[in-house]
Write a protein that binds this ligand. Structure first.
Ligand code: 5RP
Length: 232
């Protein structure tokens, strides 16, 4: 079974959470795209939902497929967000932002009554940190901000290797016009503490750490989709 088959199977399972009339957050990335395609098929058959996209790419795809869109300003409280992830652990902590949409993804997910994550089994880890942590920063004064980020890692006694994300030979820019520093950390033992500390640095817009936000993970495996649900 390919990773794509597992992602698709997880996406189809998550679709079962969607009920008529819901306001949904739509995630970003290849796994989220499988969900968006499956949702579009239901919309074509008459399902009534309104969706807030978490990136320009997701907006473009949803629009192309005829999914009704809305904004967080019109609907500040969403029922459900469905998104992919780069990593998840047994405590439902996530690292997101491999696709660069972490800021909008976090705003939308944290404005939702429930966040469902869809993933193939390669995304499951014992401890977060195999995937470099994306930290979104304001381009102004980026070296000074990077120095403070490094100092925060040292304060927490974490080894770090920081790389400015580059695309097509130029510094990558998010939909919000920010830069991303990818931080290879090895192991993140206290995700919430690290997130709080990094977010206290002027110039840091947000991090790809999602702690205490995700409620359920659907994981595609060769033996079918496994469901992990957080206890309230
Ligand atoms: C984008 C994300 C994605 O959800 C994450 O990178 C996973 O992507 P994919 O489903 O393509 O593996 O956080 O910012």
């Amino acid at each position: 079974m390919t990773a794509d088959n597992m992602k698709k199977a997880a996406a189809l399972e998550a679709l079962k959470l969607v009920k008529p009339g819901m306001k949904l957050g739509l995630g970003t990335g290849s796994t989220a795209n499988f969900f968006i395609e499956a949702l579009a098929a239901k919309v074509k058959k008459g399902l009534d939902v309104k969706c807030v996209p978490t990136s320009k790419a997701t907006r473009d795809l949803a629009e192309k497929l005829g999914i009704p869109l809305t904004t967080l300003d019109a609907h500040p409280h969403l029922d459900l967000t469905i998104d992919g992830t780069d990593e998840f652990d047994a405590d439902f902590n996530l690292i997101k932002g491999g696709g660069g949409a972490l800021l909008l993804e976090k705003i939308v997910a944290s404005s939702s009554a429930y966040m469902a994550v869809i993933a193939d089994e390669s995304k499951k880890v014992k401890t977060l940190g195999k995937f470099p942590l994306p930290v979104e920063v304001i381009p102004f004064g980026i070296k000074a901000t990077a120095w403070k980020i490094e100092r925060a890692f040292k304060f927490l006694k974490m080894e770090s290797k920081m790389t400015l994300r580059v695309k097509d030979g130029k510094p990558f820019r998010t939909d919000g016009g920010h830069a991303i520093i990818d931080c290879a950390l090895g192991e993140i033992k206290e995700p919430q503490r690290l997130d709080n500390l990094l977010n206290s640095i002027p110039g840091v817009v947000d991090t790809g750490l999602f702690a205490g936000i995700c409620g359920i993970v659907f994981v595609g495996t060769p033996k079918g989709v496994k469901e992990f649900k957080r206890k309230k």
